[in-house]
Design a protein around this ligand. Structure first.
Ligand SMILES: Nc1ncnc2c1ncn2[C@@H]1O[C@H](COP(=O)(O)OP(=O)(O)OP(=O)(O)O)[C@@H](O)[C@H]1O
Ligand SMILES: [Mg+2]
Length: 289
């Protein structure tokens, strides 16, 4: 697997040298392979959105190095084109929709790539389809008349239409109702099935991202307190209790087994599989639970 994100000793300071100087990130080291999904978790103000902006070259390090898709963002001439490879969906993207109809909104990025209008059309229809919007019935509508959840999906389609190698979603679930959250999960899962596409999901709710992520990174006041595989996080009892991490049911089962010295199968992804694993362990005579 090839490395697609390589963050080395990254620091970021807003307004350095001014009275408002603010260190947002310090000594961050993260690496991610192509096709992996990283869940980036942390409380308010921990530096998540700052890291997102550093990944697509919108801002660049005040210390250390961020290399994405082989591009070192410290090199000015290279970072300007990084938006073509790294799609960033901001927090509450539905508030930033500006075109007067759905088609033009989604077409904005592909047109900036310099594609022909027929290629743009293909991209727009495919992207809308991927976010669960039936293009024919929607393209002429004005986004302002649509619900917040649908507008968010249109904003995401606008980034997907760029066909980015890396997709960064900043708080994609925030403020959505359960139906909207499920739709968002489906969009992310569908992307994950394509093993070459790398995704980073930022959330202040670990539960949202645990079931999807290959790796987890946890930020606390600008410092990285954990970076590793989901299973590794489960064994870090100090971190789980420090952040009062609320785990999904199936992971609570895995966590309880771990705490009793029984190593469950790494592939448990839902409560049914957790039940089957319990049966396997009991019938395998691995001791009293
Ligand atoms: N444009 C800015 N100018 C100055 N300081 C900033 C700016 N943007 C963010 N900060 C500061 O940098 C730190 C990290 O902010 P950031 O927005 O990256 O955190 P976050 O983890 O995304 O928070 P949230 O969960 O609230 O979205 C905070 O202390 C914040 O006040
Ligand atoms: Mg943020």
């Amino acid at each position: 697997m090839s490395k697609i994100i390589d963050i080395k000793d990254l620091s970021y300071v807003y307004l350095p040298g001014s009275p408002y100087e603010q260190q947002a990130l310090k000594n961050i080291n993260i690496s991610l392979n192509q096709g992996e999904l990283l869940g980036l978790f942390g409380g308010n103000g921990s530096g998540k959105s700052t890291l997102a902006k550093l990944l697509n070259g919108l801002i660049y390090p005040t210390g250390g190095q961020v290399t994405v898709c082989g591009i070192d963002t410290n090199i000015k001439e290279l970072r300007h084109d990084l938006w073509k490879k790294v799609g960033l969906v901001f927090q509450y993207p539905e508030q930033q929709i500006f075109e007067s109809n759905v088609y033009d909104e989604v077409a904005y990025g592909p047109r900036n790539l310099g594609l022909s209008e027929s290629e743009v059309k293909t991209r727009v229809f495919e992207a809308l389809d991927r976010v669960g919007i039936f293009p024919d019935s929607m393209v002429n509508l004005s986004p302002v008349k649509l619900s917040g959840g649908v507008r968010r999906r249109i904003a995401i389609a606008g980034i997907l239409a760029l066909e980015p190698e890396v997709l960064v979603l900043d708080e994609p679930m925030a403020g959505l109702d359960p139906l909207g959250q499920n739709l968002m999960l489906e969009i992310i899962k569908a992307r994950q099935e394509k093993k070459t596409q790398t995704t980073i999901i930022i959330s202040h709710n670990l539960k949202d991202i645990l079931a999807l992520a290959d790796k987890i990174a946890i930020l606390e006041r600008g410092a990285l307190v954990f970076h590793g595989e989901v299973q590794e996080l489960l064994s870090k009892i100090d971190i789980l209790s420090q952040f009062r991490l609320e785990l999904p049911d199936y992971l609570q089962v895995a966590y309880a087994l771990n705490a009793r010295g029984i190593k469950p199968n790494n592939d448990i992804k839902n409560i049914n599989e957790a039940g089957l694993e319990l049966i396997r362990i009991i019938s395998g005579g691995k001791g009293k639970l």
